[in-house]
Design a protein around this ligand. Structure first.
Ligand SMILES: Cc1cc2nc3c(=O)[nH]c(=O)nc-3n(C[C@H](O)[C@H](O)[C@H](O)COP(=O)(O)O)c2cc1C
Length: 293
């Protein structure tokens, strides 16, 4: 439960009605230690017509500006502005980036390899097909073909629940939010996941913020299928940790991962006897158990 306190409030009578300007602080220490969000709201009678928010994680260490001072300056400027130009505050202005229309895809597959016809893509197609066989919807996101920028660490997703970066990420966020199973198919690149997949994972901070700030919930189960050139467990140490943290942050319940090594020698996952069946079985177990909580 978030603790909040009204730090300042001002009431202004104008020809356009009665406005209230309110500065509220919220302790978001339950999300990150010491995180405080300040919100300045303008209400016309009881309707919120303008909202400004800033949180203490937006400020880099050593910065000369203080989030509370910024919120106080915004509070006094808005007080002045509403009193002098009340007609500009008669309709609500909502700052957000709407997500695309509601997704109903049950199985969302993040294909992290830049190779369109490589091993991870083949595994993704097996998973896509297995979902179809089970009669449920699925979608493969070929991340390499999408415009996904890296997270800039601005933390503004914790202010309003949306990310200000303009790219293809909203479709992924919407799909992950609605999915009941999330499959990550990825090769090992220099000990971890390829940069494109890592960018998506970092940008899912937005989804974490949506869960924490807006109360959205991800109910999905997760399955990692990873491939590596070298044999043994060692190539997968970091990948399982990174994808495990991604799932843990978002409340996705992970299944036992399927890890396939020695591909520098074997080359093609399709040539490994019984592997396709193992991947399909792993996904089917998730599909069959997806109604369980
Ligand atoms: C840039 C790059 C880095 C790689 N790093 C590793 C690594 O650290 N460990 C490993 O076992 N294999 C590594 N590999 C091999 C790939 O994991 C392997 O070829 C895999 O089958 C490629 O999967 P894909 O066909 O889905 O792209 C690397 C390959 C590339 C291109």
């Amino acid at each position: 439960m978030t603790e909040s306190a009204t730090e300042n409030t001002r009431s202004i009578e104008t020809p356009e009605g009665t406005f209230t300007i309110r500065l509220v602080s919220e302790n978001l220490g339950g999300i990150y230690p010491g995180m405080i969000r300040y919100t300045v709201e303008v209400l016309r009678d009881t309707e919120t017509v303008y909202t400004y928010a800033i949180n203490s994680y937006e400020v880099p260490p050593g910065s000369l500006f203080d989030t509370r001072e910024v919120a106080e300056i915004v509070f006094s400027r808005l007080t002045h502005d509403v009193a002098s130009r009340p007609h500009t505050y008669t309709r609500p202005r909502l700052f957000t980036r709407p997500l695309p229309g509601g997704s109903t895809t049950a199985v969302v597959i993040l294909q992290g390899s830049p190779r369109r016809f490589g091993n991870s893509a083949k595994i993704a197609s097996w998973c896509d097909d297995e979902a179809a066989r089970a009669g449920i919807s699925s979608r493969v996101f070929y991340l390499q073909e999408m415009d996904i920028k890296t997270c800039i660490g601005c933390y503004t997703c914790y202010d309003y629940g949306y990310c200000p970066i303009d790219d293809d990420m909203p479709g992924i966020i919407r799909a992950l939010e609605a999915a009941s199973i999330i499959v990550v198919c990825t090769p090992v690149y220099t000990g971890t996941v390829p940069a494109g997949l890592k960018a998506v994972i970092d940008r899912c901070q937005w989804l974490h913020a949506r869960e924490k700030v807006l109360g959205r919930e991800v109910h999905a189960k997760g399955l990692l299928v990873a491939v590596a050139g070298r044999r043994g467990d060692e190539p997968f140490v970091c990948v399982t940790r990174v994808v495990g943290m991604f799932m843990e942050n978002l409340g996705i319940r992970p299944a036992e991962p399927v890890l396939i090594g020695d591909l520098d020698r074997v080359r093609d996952v399709g040539s490994i006897e019984g592997l396709e069946d193992s991947v399909r079985t792993a996904l089917r177990a998730q599909i069959e158990g997806r109604e369980e909580s």
